[in-house]
Design a protein around this ligand. Structure first.
Ligand code: ADP
Length: 304
């Protein structure tokens, strides 16, 4: 097969591992910087070029599009799709997953439990909005933040109000959530490939923080998921329409809660924590799916 990896940097761990895994399974693999792909859109057909050469005869494309290039990156991915190239994570699914609010609406709509979340625009409604949520502590999250940036803990109602006012002053979109204290600063990253969880890890926030992101100093260890956690992770990825996804869960008193579904989950932490060759699993999935052997995930993604 001829496989394209859409990534801005071929030396990134995840990109490198996918290239290695693809080549060791006998495929031709090329890393393409999405910003260097340019396209012609016409009724007569689609064409895409890269540094003066036509991009053609690709069987599959694996997006590894960073959040800073979501708009252009997904346009390139869409062009590949329209040229008939298989991808496990389509452009619409990547766009949905990048919008926290939309993702939460879709997950809840499919009956998947998550931390209770409120969202509002008008300053006069803030008091009632927080009333709908319940007592603090609250977690305030920027809608388009990533890697724990823009995720803040407010211990008191007055702190929640102050942070909400500050975000509004910056014209930022945000959601406010109940704080799941019993998670103890830990979360679960479930690496979903198709209709199974290929690997999982427990991430623990550093002392004094509640955010378990590895980029913020969190530590990872292998973990045994319950059947319910496996089921929720697979359903969450399917709801978003993602064939490959990093589903983050919090362990709460009322069961697993989905925090977010990541469309470009990193491989480094999960391969180290699980000791598994996740890159090879991804390429294996792409091989089978591109050959038409696996169904595209279904769920609410079909509706919105
Ligand atoms: P990001 O997309 O920036 O990683 P997340 O929503 O995943 O943002 O939050 C980052 C981390 O903060 C999570 O991995 C988790 O450890 C912690 N966290 C997020 N939301 C909550 C919550 N409602 N209650 C408790 N901890 C939370």
């Amino acid at each position: 097969m001829k496989i394209a990896i859409l990534s801005r940097n071929s030396s990134l761990y995840s990109t490198r591992r996918l290239v290695e895994a693809g080549r060791s399974r006998g495929h031709r693999v090329r890393v393409l910087d999405p910003l260097r792909c340019y396209m012609r859109i016409s009724q007569a057909g689609f064409e895409m070029r890269y540094k003066g050469h036509a991009l053609k005869e690709f069987d599959a494309v694996m997006p590894r599009i960073g959040s800073s290039v979501t708009f252009y990156g997904t346009a390139v991915l869409r062009q590949f799709e329209m040229m008939g190239v298989y991808t496990p994570n389509g452009s619409d699914a990547v766009l949905r997953a990048r919008d926290k609010l939309r993702s939460l609406q879709m997950l809840a709509g499919d009956g998947i439990d998550l931390p209770m979340t409120v969202f509002g625009d008008y300053p006069d409604d803030t008091v009632d909005l927080l009333e709908m949520l319940g007592d603090p502590p609250h977690v305030i999250k920027l809608n388009e933040g990533a890697q724990g940036q823009g995720v803040l803990l407010a211990e008191k109602r007055s702190a929640s109000q102050g942070m909400i006012e500050a975000f509004r002053g910056l014209y930022a979109n945000f959601v406010v959530q109940e704080f799941i204290g019993e998670a103890g600063g830990g979360d679960l990253r479930c690496f979903v490939i198709g209709n199974r969880v290929a690997a999982a890890m427990h991430r623990q926030a550093p002392e004094g923080d509640f955010r378990a992101n590895l980029h913020r100093g969190g530590t990872a260890s292998s973990v045994q998921l319950t059947e319910q956690e496996v089921d929720v992770a697979i359903r969450a990825a399917a709801t978003m329409g993602l064939g490959i996804a990093g589903v983050d869960l919090l362990r709460s008193r009322r069961g697993p809660l989905v925090l977010e579904v990541n469309a470009s989950p990193g491989l480094e932490g999960i391969e180290q924590a699980s000791g598994m060759n996740i890159a090879a699993e991804i390429i294996g999935y792409i091989e089978a799916a591109a050959a038409g052997k696996r169904a595209v995930p279904t769920g609410a993604a079909r509706r919105c």
